[in-house]
Structures are given as structure tokens and as C-alpha cells.
Design a protein around this ligand. Structure first.
Ligand code: ADP
Length: 490
């Protein structure tokens, strides 16, 4: 049970989650400065407390140094007054005072254990040069301070600072426990304050992360509603500029999907209708033969010829549909090779001329230059065949078809113009739609399926080319196909 809940919680805590990122950014931006500020204040306090103590002790020791000289204490340590004064001072600071003469010998130790011993340390040597030193040993809890005993205006010489002769050094070790105790109390108080601030920041960050991410949650809910099918429209009013962009893009995808779905439905309806028509004719022809008795052989033959024609038609529709489905695939399916376009056009025209001859349509080919191009030969044949076939089919008797092949350094162009019936203005934008025919019955009569131009356009686009149409009714039509000489991979 707990495992499941934990799993659920951790699933939401992911670095990739916007909520987690907002939360962490606010928490880090809030807590880190807080910790730095607290540590800064505490360290500052400690430095100040130590330096106040040092200057306090140094002032006291300077006074004592004068007293030591007055009482000639460095030679004779029997002075009751000085000893009492030293005892008082070491009690006051909870520390130890050592008096060291110019021979580095300890003449007085308030602890009474090191008298007579020699004391040579870096600090003492430095102090003999005239510089007071101080050293805070935080770990062991004491501050060590040296103070020079200076005999001013001495005739016997001066120290390095030129102020007088240094007769000895006072080495004082004072306890820093009081500073540590204050630091401890302050640290604890700061810690509590820090915890309180952290709780407030974490709470605020959680709230802010939730509020800031909410618009995205609403967006997901709205998308899910569409996905589940509760609604078809995007009924969500976005809060952020970013979510406005997402909603806009999503709406465009929805509209595109709807268009695709509509066209798919229309296509299926068209396909069913087109495939049904020849079958209905076959059925009518067969039924009428069956309904009659003693049907003469000629009638059988005639009806059978009609049936065979309808079957051919059905076959053509199916073949065109298969060609179209192939075109709907990606351009990666292109089988590219270097093709001589002049030769290819000649071969196709040779194949189509007998059909043209039936209606006395003259087909001419003008090759302005030799063209070899990287194309899919089968698909290129389909393009040329469909366009020239249409130019013959939708021509007038004794008309003509002219094919012109030209190229520049980048593209080759094929211009197929006819002197046919032309295409009405309002039909031009629909001409490439699947199953679209200007005159359904005329097209059917001459064996059209309404798929030829759809196949042609797809094949041209797969080659990254373009197709343009100009037409004047009853005068003729011109298709201009432009295709890159070198294949452009997707
Ligand atoms: P179809 O198999 O019917 O010829 P297409 O897709 O090849 O189908 O052509 C669609 C329609 O465009 C044709 O039915 C015809 O009405 C019109 N069309 C195509 N080419 C020409 C042309 N060269 N001249 C006049 N009309 C044309």
C-alpha cells in the first residue's frame, strides 16, 4: 500500500517535471541567500567580538607594561603590587600571563609552572621587533596576545619602530569561551529562524509550482476530453502566451485531422460508387440475358462484349487506385535512376499515337535540348502518359497535341498543350482531386476514372516538382510540369 503510494509520489517528482523545476528554483533562490546571510552575520559578529577582546587586553597590557618598567619587574619579580595586579588580570580574563625578558626567559607565569624557562616563539620574536601580535585559536578556545614592554626615550637605543627600547614581552592567553557561548546561542536562534523561513519558502514554492503549472494541467484535461471523445472542439481558454500557442497549434492539427477524415470518408464513398457502377452494368446485362429465352447467339455476343468492357473498366479503376495508393507513400519509395527524358517521351508518344490517329489528332514532339535527369522512370512515365492521354482524350476531332521538352541548369520542363475542349474556370481548382471529372458522363464514355491527374500530381510532388495548368474553354489546355534535374532527397 505504502509502496504504491511512494511510487506514485516519486513518479511526480521528476527533474523533467516543470512543477519540480519551479519548486526547486524557488526553494534554492529562497534558502541559499538566507543561509549565506545568516553565516555572514554570525562570522561578522565573531570577528568583531574577538577584535574587541584583543584590543581590550592590549590596552590593559600596555598599562601593565608601564607598571612593570616602573617597578623594574623584569629584574626583580618580588613586587607585591605587580603580582597582585597580574593575578587580578588573569582572573578577569580567565587566562594566563607570561612576562618574558630580553633573554627570552620567562620571569613570571601567573600559573607558576613555566618560570625560568625559555620562550622562543614566532610571535614573541615578532613582538620583540615592536609589533603586537594576536592569534585566535578557535578550536582550543583561547586568544594569544603579545604586548611589547617598551622603555620610551631610551638613550641606549631604539626598536625597529623607533619608539624606544623593547625590554621584554607580555604573552597573554585569554579564554574565548564567552564568545563561543554567545555564538552558540546566536547559532541556535539563527537555526530556528532558518527552519521557520525554510518551511515558509518550501510551502510557498509548493503553492507557486502548483499554481504556475495549473494551466498546463487544464490543457492536458482539455486534450484528454477530445481524446476520449467527450467533445470535438477545443473548449479551453488558455491563460499563458505559451499555452495559447499550444492551443492554436493543436486546433490546427484538429482541423487538419478533420479535413483528412472528411476526405477519407469521401474517398471511400467515391471508390465504392465507382467500383459499383461497372458491376451494376454487368449485373443488368447478365440478368437481361437470363430473363429471355432462346436468346440469339449474336445478342449473347453483343452483351458479352459489353460485359467484358465493363470488366476492363473495373480493372482500370482498380489499377488506378493501386497506383494512387503507391503515390501516397513517402518519397523514400522512389526508385531513382538517370533517365533520358527525350527517349522516354518518344517511346510514350509512339505508344499513344495509334489512339490519337483514331480521332485524327496529330501528336508532335519538340525537343529543345537533350535531357537526362534523376527520376523514378515508372512514375515519370505515368506523368507523361496521363497528360498526353488526356490531351488526346479531351481533344476535338482533327485536333493536335504538342509536347515541348526543355531544361535549364536546375530543372527540366515538359509542356503538353492541346487544341481540345478546355477546362472551365470553376473546375480548374478541383481538377487534381480524386474522382473529379468536369463532365462525368463524357469522361466515363471515353474510359476516364477521374484518378489520372491525382496520380500525376502526386508523382510530380514526389519528385519535388510543380505542375501548372492554363486553359481556355473550346480552345485548348496546357499543362506545364517542372522537375529538378537532380533528385532532391527528403
Ligand atoms: P480522367 O480519367 O477522367 O481523365 P483525370 O484525373 O485524368 O481523370 O482528369 C480529370 C478531369 O479533368 C477529366 O475528367 C477532364 O474533365 C479534365 N481534363 C483533364 N485533362 C484535360 C484536358 N487536356 N483537356 C480538357 N479537360 C481535361
Amino acid at each position: 500500500m505504502w509502496d504504491k503510494r511512494r511510487e506514485k509520489i516519486f513518479k511526480h517528482i521528476s527533474w523533467k517535471s516543470l512543477k519540480t523545476r519551479i519548486f526547486l528554483i524557488i526553494v534554492l533562490a529562497g534558502i541559499i541567500p538566507c543561509i549565506l546571510l545568516e553565516n555572514g552575520i554570525l562570522n561578522n559578529y565573531e570577528d568583531r567580538a574577538v577584535s574587541v577582546k584583543i584590543s581590550d587586553v592590549q590596552t590593559q597590557m600596555k598599562i601593565i607594561a608601564d607598571h612593570l618598567l616602573n617597578y623594574n619587574y623584569l629584574q626583580d619579580t618580588s613586587s607585591e603590587v605587580i603580582n597582585a595586579e597580574l593575578g587580578q588580570i588573569s582572573n578577569l580574563y580567565d587566562g594566563r600571563v607570561l612576562i618574558i625578558n630580553s633573554n627570552f626567559k620567562i620571569v613570571k607565569d601567573t600559573y607558576g609552572i613555566s618560570e625560568g624557562k625559555t620562550m622562543i616563539s614566532e610571535e614573541v620574536i615578532q613582538c620583540f621587533k615592536g609589533e603586537s601580535t594576536s592569534n585566535y585559536d578557535k578550536q582550543n578556545g583561547y586568544i594569544e596576545i603579545t604586548t611589547p614592554i617598551v622603555l620610551s626615550n631610551s638613550a641606549s637605543g631604539t626598536d625597529s619602530t623607533g619608539n624606544g627600547e623593547i625590554k621584554g614581552v607580555i604573552l597573554t592567553s585569554v579564554s574565548s569561551d564567552s564568545i563561543a557561548a554567545t555564538m552558540d546561542i546566536l547559532g541556535r536562534k539563527a537555526g530556528i529562524l532558518e527552519i521557520l523561513i525554510s518551511v515558509v519558502i518550501v510551502g510557498g514554492a509548493l503553492g507557486a509550482a502548483n499554481i504556475l503549472v495549473k494551466p498546463f494541467d487544464h490543457l492536458t484535461d482539455a486534450i484528454n476530453d477530445i481524446k476520449e471523445g467527450y467533445t470535438e472542439e477545443f473548449a479551453y481558454v488558455p491563460d499563458y502566451v505559451e499555452t495559447v500557442h499550444i492551443v492554436d497549434a493543436f486546433n490546427q492539427v484538429l482541423a487538419r485531422m478533420k479535413r483528412l477524415d472528411d476526405s477519407r470518408q469521401e474517398f471511400v464513398a467515391n471508390v465504392s460508387h465507382e467500383l459499383k457502377t461497372p458491376i451494376t452494368s454487368v449485373k443488368v446485362l447478365a440478368d437481361s440475358l437470363l430473363a429471355q429465352e432462346n436468346v440469339p447467339a449474336e445478342l449473347y455476343k453483343e452483351f458479352m462484349e459489353d460485359i467484358a468492357e465493363e470488366i476492363d473498366r473495373e480493372n482500370k479503376i482498380i489499377n488506378d487506385l493501386l497506383a494512387l495508393v503507391k503515390m501516397d507513400k513517402t518519397a523514400a519509395d522512389l526508385n531513382i535512376s538517370v533517365v533520358n527524358i527525350n527517349e522516354l517521351t518518344e517511346i510514350i508518344l509512339k505508344r499513344l499515337r495509334p489512339i490519337a490517329r483514331k480521332r485524327d489528332v496529330e501528336v508532335t514532339f519538340e525537343s529543345i535540348r537533350q535531357v537526362t535527369a534523376e527520376v523514378d522512370e515508372v512514375k515519370m512515365s505515368l506523368i507523361i502518359t496521363n497528360l498526353v492521354e488526356n490531351a488526346i482524350k479531351y481533344n476535338k476531332d482533327h485536333g493536335s497535341v504538342k509536347v515541348v521538352l526543355d531544361a535549364d541548369h536546375q530543372f527540366f520542363t515538359l509542356e503538353i498543350s492541346d487544341t481540345g475542349i478546355g477546362i472551365p474556370e470553376e473546375s480548374m481548382e478541383h481538377i487534381y482531386e480524386r474522382f473529379y471529372r468536369v463532365d462525368k458522363s463524357h469522361s466515363r464514355e471515353i474510359g476516364g476514372t477521374g484518378l489520372g491527374l491525382a496520380i500525376t500530381r502526386s508523382a510530380v510532388l514526389m519528385h519535388r516538382g510543380s505542375i501548372k495548368l492554363t486553359s481556355v474553354e473550346q480552345e485548348g489546355t496546357t499543362f506545364l510540369v517542372k522537375i529538378p534535374l537532380n533528385h532532391i532527397a527528403q
